[in-house]
Ligand binder design. Structure first.
Ligand code: FAD
Length: 116
């Protein structure tokens, strides 16, 4: 089947949105189990990402820059950094990671305040 660049880009935007929004909601002070869950999620995301070329590039990136899962700030900063590495390879504009703070809003208000 022919490559469809529009669909590939659409999948990328949707995936990055979920990826960064998940980091923005990761606990500021995660338990060891939270951190393990995020690390596992990221590894499986990289393995199962539907675009095979993208997945193998991203797995190599993870080897070079292992996921930072010790806090929300570290996770969000790491995710921004690796997305910028993908941007660099695709010759896209780089994102200013200092602005990551309020950029990704899940729209879920206060839900989950008491749970993880
Ligand atoms: P995207 O890169 O999709 O970004 C969406 C929005 O996120 C931007 O508009 C901006 O507001 C914000 N953003 C940009 N950079 C950052 C950042 N560093 N941190 C936080 N937010 C940011 N496409 C390929 O053609 N080849 C590949 O090998 C490839 N690999 C990929 C690997 C992964 C894991 C993923 C998720 C996607 C991959 N893609 C790949 C898709 C590609 O990264 C883009 O998603 C797609 O090209 C659409 O690009 P875009 O310009 O709309 O912005």
């Amino acid at each position: 089947k022919l490559e469809n660049a529009t669909a590939k880009a659409e999948l990328g935007r949707a995936s990055w949105k979920l990826f960064h929004t998940m980091m923005a909601r990761f606990p500021e002070e995660p338990t060891a189990d939270d951190s393990l869950a995020l690390r596992t999620y990221i590894q499986l995301f990289a393995r199962l990402y539907p675009c095979g070329d993208c997945a193998s590039h991203f797995q190599k990136l993870l080897e070079r820059y292992p996921p930072q899962v010790s806090s929300r700030n570290n996770a969000a900063g790491w995710a921004c950094f690796v997305h910028n590495e993908v941007n660099r390879r695709l010759r896209k504009e780089l994102f200013d990671c200092n602005n990551i703070g309020d950029f990704y809003d899940c729209g879920c208000g206060d839900d989950g305040k008491g749970k993880k």
